[in-house]
Design a protein around this ligand. Structure first.
Ligand code: CMP
Length: 142
């Protein structure tokens, strides 16, 4: 089915000038960018976005990292977009990411891992609504 998923290009990848390379992976992978924005997350926004992880030992470091510089947030649309994006990203830990994936090629560490992507249909909907109003999403049939 055609799905939408929320993607974030994290501060490490923005700082390394990898926005275009990562957008190319999405587009060559059959995903369309149907909404996008650059922003510097506040501590409060990062804490809210990652609230599901608030009891995890890495939560404070995660929030600190995600507020360390600007990010790009985008909605990706396409056939099985949630799984497709996860396939393009590779495993959370770049040491475990398959060759040719975004994280294998561009991530530094499990914290500075270049990209975030929603992990399922419910989180995709929540995460899209976190950053975008319905009228900011521009569906396209290519
Ligand atoms: P992300 O997909 O953005 O979701 C939560 C982030 O926490 C994850 O990517 C990693 O960058 C970071 N993180 C740090 N340590 C861990 C860990 N042990 N397990 C999962 N995520 C971690």
């Amino acid at each position: 089915a055609i799905e939408r998923t929320l993607s974030i290009i994290k501060p490490d990848a923005v700082a390394k000038n990898l926005i275009g390379e990562i957008y190319t992976r999405f587009e060559k992978g059959g995903l369309r960018i149907v909404a996008a924005r650059m922003l510097h997350l506040s501590k409060e926004q990062a804490q809210r976005f990652y609230a599901v992880h608030k009891e995890r030992p890495f939560y404070n470091d995660l929030v600190e990292f995600m507020t360390s510089g600007p990010v790009i947030v985008q909605v990706l649309e396409g056939e099985d977009a949630i799984a497709k994006n996860r396939e393009l990203m590779g495993a959370t830990n770049p040491k475990e990411a398959a060759p040719g994936t975004i994280r294998a090629d561009f991530a530094e560490s499990i914290d500075a891992n270049a990209v975030h992507g929603s992990d399922g249909p419910e989180t995709a909907e929540q995460e899209i609504n976190f950053f975008f109003k319905p009228e900011e999403i521009c569906p396209r049939i290519n």
